[in-house]
Design a protein around this ligand. Structure first.
Ligand code: NDP
Length: 285
């Protein structure tokens, strides 16, 4: 039977480190602060916000929420975003996405101060991820995957790693972070010929396709490490990943569950980024 790579264990280890760093900042009179910008009040946004606030407040980060009306105009949205961006007390900004359809995300992606861009949405931070420059912020979910792999001591150097999914939020930046760790990376998508065979060739398989339980036992080589980024709701209304956990767990060496895997770690990555941004904005090493 495989090792279950639990997000909660990664979170617990990160919490110690973050508490220590926040205490260091507090000694210098700095309280790390995140500005959360949310448009409307979608139940899943509110649930994520509650979880993220709890995680961040537990390590001494102050959370300020700017809630904007669902029908806000583009100009008013940009103005409100600029106010958070320009607020000297705010070190990191978390914008809830996707935005309502009538709003364009592009202007704020270019407007956001890259040092406050804790979810790696600005073109500058994206470019840094793609050029292997670690001075920027990677998007939280790909970094959470890397933190899970590091916590469970999964060696990546020289390994065949396959990522299913090529979005700019997960698949592509994740592939770059893996490459930085000297993995031999294959990226799969909907046009991949022989997806099961390509996945079966992987020593580490990472699913980020957004298709409930699509990774079945015949996609996985015996002894492979399997990371499930997917968050889906199945026909029965239950939360599940992209991996058919029951079928794959007996074959894999280690595997992340859903829920309780990668998704659990993303708010801790946000917290890590806010503390780093607070240090950088105060010119601390
Ligand atoms: P997108 O829908 O933007 O991208 C999905 C990618 O998967 C695309 O590149 C698509 O290929 C590929 N894909 C979809 N179906 C298949 C298939 N049948 N075979 C091969 N490739 C396929 O999703 P995201 O990247 O935003 O998210 C991916 C998953 O991760 C979702 O379940 C999402 O909920 C979850 N997620 C989890 C987070 C977390 O914190 N754990 C945070 C963010 C997302 P193509 O490009 O060809 O269309």
């Amino acid at each position: 039977m495989s090792i279950m790579m639990k997000g909660s264990e990664v979170v617990a280890a990160m919490k110690e480190e973050l508490l220590h760093e926040a205490e260091e900042l507090a000694r210098q009179g700095i309280i790390p602060q995140v500005g959360i910008v949310r448009i409307g009040a979608r139940p899943d946004d509110l649930a994520y916000e509650r979880g993220a606030r709890k995680r961040m407040e537990a390590v001494g980060i102050r959370c300020m929420v700017t809630e904007l009306p669902e029908d806000i105009s583009q100009a008013a949205f940009q103005q409100a975003f600029a106010a958070v961006n320009d607020d000297p007390a705010t070190h990191g900004i978390l914008l809830f996405r996707p935005l309502p359809k009538h709003l364009d995300e592009e202007p704020v992606r270019t407007m956001i101060n890259p040092v406050k861009d804790i979810d790696g949405m600005s073109p500058i931070n994206m470019a840094k991820v793609f050029s292997g420059d670690e001075s920027g912020f990677a998007p939280c979910t790909p970094e959470a995957v890397m933190d899970v792999l590091a916590h469970y001591n999964i060696e990546l150097k020289g390994k065949r790693v396959t990522v299913v999914g090529r979005s700019m939020v997960v698949g592509k930046p994740l592939a770059m972070l893996l490459l930085k760790q000297h993995a031999t990376v294959t990226i799969c998508h909907t046009r991949t010929v022989d997806l099961p065979g390509t996945c079966r060739n992987a020593e580490v398989l990472i699913a980020a396709a957004g298709k409930a339980r699509m990774i079945t036992a015949d996609f996985v080589a015996p002894g492979a490490v399997v990371v499930d980024v997917g968050i889906n709701v199945d026909e029965g209304g239950n939360l599940c990943g992209d991996v058919d956990y029951e079928a794959v767990a007996p074959i894999a060496a280690s595997i992340t569950p859903v829920p309780g895997g990668v998704g659990t770690v993303t708010s801790s990555v946000l917290a890590k980024h806010v503390i780093r941004a607070a240090r950088e904005l105060n010119a601390l090493a």
